[in-house]
Design a protein around this ligand. Structure first.
Ligand SMILES: C[S@@+](CC[C@H](N)C(=O)[O-])C[C@H]1O[C@@H](n2cnc3c(N)ncnc32)[C@H](O)[C@@H]1O
Length: 222
């Protein structure tokens, strides 16, 4: 997994939009569903909040939403904090710079975008998903986006070409080519379905796909 510390944190915002085709659309579509489900108040946990892109967008959208931004990288969350201050939303966002522990069922929704794919499927993915499930009220949604196993033999190559078109340098493309094979632990649909089931969620409902990146929503079971 990248470290998401130091320069990797500082440069994150300029890199990510060139690495994930449709990055903003993914966040827009997540927001659209939260808006529809929770037109009034809601408590939303953002797991792997990074530099705060979704936190700022969500908090700015609905002043009645309360957010918790969690991440294991203090450097990423420091950037998120200053973005929240700049946006004047600091009183509605709290920060948790530590691994997510099991907790009370106090959240109406969890957003976990582009995080789980960095965890190996040796118990780490299920550990995080179970912790998330423990925080979600029964029947409430998780929004999950991850790199999946390639659906065709040419998908990864097409993805790199799309990144190049988004302005990624040739060095960046080669780094991404290496990372796609060595830094991610993508699942296929069957394994994702099993994992969600094991961790107390219902079936995955897809709402976004950009080549290998897929987002789904799923609801917490009792
Ligand atoms: C690619 S960034 C995504 C950030 C943000 N969600 C976004 O969409 O821009 C992945 C983030 O997940 C965090 N992360 C990695 N493993 C994690 C874990 N086990 N629990 C919480 N956050 C984690 C990293 O520190 C990093 O900030």
């Amino acid at each position: 997994m990248p470290t998401f510390k130091g320069d990797e944190a500082t440069n994150y915002d300029s890199r990510i939009q060139r690495l994930i085709p449709g990055y903003e659309l993914l966040h827009d579509l997540t927001l659209a569903q939260l808006h529809t489900l929770f037109p009034e108040s809601a408590r939303i946990l953002v797991v792997g909040a990074g530099t705060g892109f979704e936190v700022v967008r969500l908090a700015m959208h609905n002043p009645k939403w309360q957010l918790v931004a969690q991440d294991v990288s203090e450097d990423m969350l420091e950037i998120a904090k200053s973005r929240c201050l700049e946006a004047g939303i600091q009183d509605r966002v709290s920060f948790l710079a530590e691994p997510l522990a099991h907790g009370k069922k106090e959240y109406d929704a969890v957003v976990c975008l582009l995080v789980l794919h960095f965890l190996p499927d040796d118990g780490e993915k299920s550990h995080l998903l179970r912790a998330i499930q423990s925080h979600l009220q029964v029947g409430k949604p998780i929004f999950l986006a991850d790199l999946m196993k390639p659906h065709t033999p040419f998908e990864r190559e097409a993805q790199l070409f799309a990144c190049e078109n988004l302005g990624l340098t040739s060095i960046g493309v080669e780094r991404m080519r290496h990372n796609l094979t060595h830094e991610f632990f993508p699942l296929d649909r069957m394994r994702l379905a099993d994992l969600l089931d094991e961790c107390g969620f219902d079936s995955a409902k897809p709402y976004f796909q950009a080549l290998g990146f897929v987002a789904v929503t799923s609801f917490a079971l009792p």
